[in-house]
Write a protein that binds this ligand. Structure first.
Ligand code: G6Q
Length: 548
């Protein structure tokens, strides 16, 4: 059990100073902050690892950032960063190290875990993945009937799905278009049925991605996939080895499924599910974009890791973003953060971030097991621009809630088309400008708007945003972006003093479902002992099922 190391968050000096400071800053409009400092827009920026962050449109002064950095120091963020990179068991409730940064370390690095340098094994798996990916991509890997693989289906859920889906969508531009990629995660049979409905089993490869190889959804879908394949291939179990590979830490369970031990791609328990897209869990990504692009993505991750590990806090992009998240969450009482990529290929990025951020920091007790007593993980959400502008931006501009936004933009489009990219970028710049500076009643009236209508047309402004800017969406840039958010989440978790790497909150529902499954499947009426609502819903479901 961890013992108390530092003062509770709300007793830290910087925290108290921030409470006071907030009283003043919260009354100042961004317009004023910009008027008072002509260079603010250039000064409040950081450029590192190929990413540019403009954080000037935040409701902060230089002093705010100084105090937030002081808070990070008092929270021993530096020590926590070093502990993570050194492979210490910072995931205390699961007694595990947190070493996803080792997955992207260069071949000649040495990262010791329990006295063993883990880097050679990481690279051995990467090489094995590359060999396999190349065989599939060139057609050398044949299915059971001798046909080449034209469809790859990743079967996995949570961390074993969201990363692969997001990365595939994000890097589709770089993908081999002769292969169809699909992702099955949900236990809803429609997910599997839709994924395979137009595919030929002889040309289909399943990657069963499951760290534990026990997850109900994944194993049920994997069995459905095996049945689907065997039904078409004459029930010859030898076909399984040609059409199934596994990504797992659980060799024994994979062999039980009938997969060749040669076709298991391993990773270690120091890789958390939501931090695993650059482990063997990324096999589908590697088949899609090829080993060289995959390695470029890892290089991008690593560059951001090194920036996070070494840069001073005030010049450290993930730290600055993490601190700003704390500022709004804990001092302004903001409950959410919107992530708005102006890049269609990043359409699944907000969904990916939902798991990364909320499963990591959705915790109500500190490392010592005490009630936190302050808000932790905000709700992350978002959609690509400009689509979001035509739906929920209304609330961000004129609603009653404060919603800090991260805008993500790229200077060079992947698919240049007429004026599209300039229009896209103009919209992004316009949104951050409108959010920050708004439109006053006087300006509205000067446009000739009648008095009664004017309040509806006023934009208060003073709504904060970050702009993250990169040259182009490449595998490398994607790696940097994901690592940026991983480390921002880490920064927030370290300050809140919570375990960002466990996820006990998903267990109760899983256990209850296991109890309910037989109550739905039994032909005999089960004796139900839930609450009256759950009992009633179960009875109703059984009745409706029978009526079919
Ligand atoms: C992520 C979580 C969770 C996990 C899934 C799948 O951090 O641990 O989302 O990834 O529950 O688990 P398996 O990979 O073991 O099937």
């Amino acid at each position: 059990m961890p013992t108390a190391r530092i003062a509770p968050l709300t007793a830290r000096k910087a925290w108290r100073a921030l409470l006071d400071h907030h009283k003043t800053v919260s009354r100042v409009h961004l317009k004023k902050l910009f008027e008072d400092d002509a260079a603010r827009g250039e000064r409040m920026t950081v450029e590192a690892a190929g990413l540019f962050l403009d954080y000037s449109k935040n409701r902060i002064t230089g002093e705010t950032l100084d105090l937030l950095v002081q808070l990070a120091e008092e929270s021993e963020l530096r020590k926590r960063i070093d502990a993570m990179f050194a492979g210490e068991k910072i995931n205390v409730t699961e007694d595990r190290a947190v070493l996803h940064t080792a997955l992207r370390s260069p071949k000649d690095a040495s990262i010791l875990f329990n006295g063993e340098n883990v880097v050679p094994r990481v690279h051995a798996v990467l090489d094995k993945m590359a060999g396999f990916a190349n065989r599939v991509r060139t057609g050398e890997w044949k299915g059971y009937t001798g046909k080449r693989i034209l469809n790859v289906i990743n079967v996995g859920i949570g961390g074993s799905d969201l990363g692969p889906v997001m990365a595939y969508e994000a890097l589709k531009y770089y993908s081999d278009r002769s292969i169809t990629f699909r992702f099955v995660s949900n236990i809803d049979g429609s997910d599997f049925s839709e994924a395979v409905r137009d595919l030929n089993p002889c040309e289909t490869l399943f990657i069963v991605s499951s760290k534990t190889f026990t997850t109900l959804e994944t194993m049920t879908n994997a069995h459905a996939a095996r049945d689907w394949l065997l039904a078409a291939l004459g029930r010859d179990l030898n076909a399984v080895g040609k059409h199934f590979v596994a990504v797992s830490t659980n060799r024994a369970k994979v062999s039980d499924f009938g997969m060749d031990s040669e076709n298991i791609f391993e990773f270690r328990d120091w890789v958390g599910g939501r931090y695993s897209m650059d482990s063997a869990i990324g096999l589908s990504t590697m088949i899609a974009i090829g080993p060289d692009n995959f390695r470029a993505m890892l290089d991008g991750f690593h560059e951001m890791d090194e920036h996070f590990r070494t840069a001073p806090f005030e010049k450290n992009i993930p730290v600055v973003m993490g601190l700003l998240a704390i500022w709004y969450n804990n001092f302004f009482g903001a409950q959410t953060v919107a992530v708005l990529p102006y890049e269609q290929y990043l359409k699944r990025f907000p969904a990916y971030l939902q798991q990364l951020t909320m499963e990591s920091n959705g915790k109500r007790v500190t490392l010592e097991g005490n009630e936190a007593g302050y808000d932790t993980g905000p709700i992350y959400w978002g959609e690509p621009g400009t689509n979001g502008q035509h739906s929920f931006y209304q609330l961000i501009h004129q609603g009653t809630r404060l919603i800090p936004c991260d805008f993500i933009a790229f200077a060079s489009p992947l698919n240049p088309l007429g004026r599209h990219h300039d229009i896209l970028m103009a919209n992004l710049f316009a949104q951050t400008e409108a959010l920050a500076f708004g439109k006053t009643a006087e300006e509205v009236k000067a446009d000739g708007v009648e008095d009664w209508l004017a309040p509806h047309r006023v934009f208060e402004g003073n709504r904060p945003s970050n702009t993250i800017f990169a040259q182009r969406l490449t595998p490398e840039t994607l790696g940097k972006l994901v690592a940026l958010y991983e480390h921002s989440v880490f920064t927030q978790g370290a300050i809140w003093d919570i375990d960002s790497f466990d996820q006990w909150g998903v267990e109760l529902g899983k256990a209850l479902a296991q109890r309910i499954i037989p109550e739905l499947e039994n032909t005999a009426e089960p004796g139900l002992s839930h609450d009256s609502s759950t009992n009633n819903l179960i009875r109703r479901y059984r009745m409706m099922k029978e009526a079919l």
